[in-house]
Design a protein around this ligand. Sequence first.
Ligand code: IMP
Ligand code: MG
Length: 178
Amino acid sequence: MKRIKLLDKEFALSIPASDIKKAVWTVAQKLNHDLKDADPLIVCILNGSFMFAADLMKLIEFPCQVSFVKLASYEGTASTGTVKELIGFNETIEGRTIILLEDIIDSGITVSICVDMLAQMKAKEVVVATLLFKPEALRKNIKIDYAGIEIPNDFIVGYGLDYNGYGRNLPDIYSVIQ
Ligand code: IMP
Ligand code: MG
């Protein structure tokens, strides 16, 4: 099994690029079927989602626009997420169908905050699409409309996901070795 080292941690190959490609394709086909007449705005949550967004967008066959948000979310001791907008929503959201793109849904706090913000901005509809989903880690009651691959509750890197900023460039996904 291929292994890599990033900073102080070792990682083992867990999802090869070929499987990621299939999962991206499957999500794209579902979106192409379900949202072809919605004229949606795709909102990509930075940083981790940039690679997923780039590959997915190339497979979308309906008219759409894309925008990026960057949030720093901190978890309070009372387990309520608060968020700082580093790059905010600057398109008109009111009345639009939004496809919210995440690289991975872990606790669900980031997506849940974004969905609430979009609802406040009067989005017509928000659909959530994530490449990866850790069902065991989910702590928020959110609706995940499209999930590419369900994974165990392990820390992973690659394909946009990082460990302290490193590993985003890797085409495959690796899991930390405990
Ligand atoms: P959530 O708010 O807990 O759902 O976490 C979502 C964000 O945490 C994701 O968008 C990722 O940026 C980051 N994240 C969650 N799990 C991992 C992981 O295993 N590796 C790297 N980043 C992760
Ligand atoms: Mg992310």
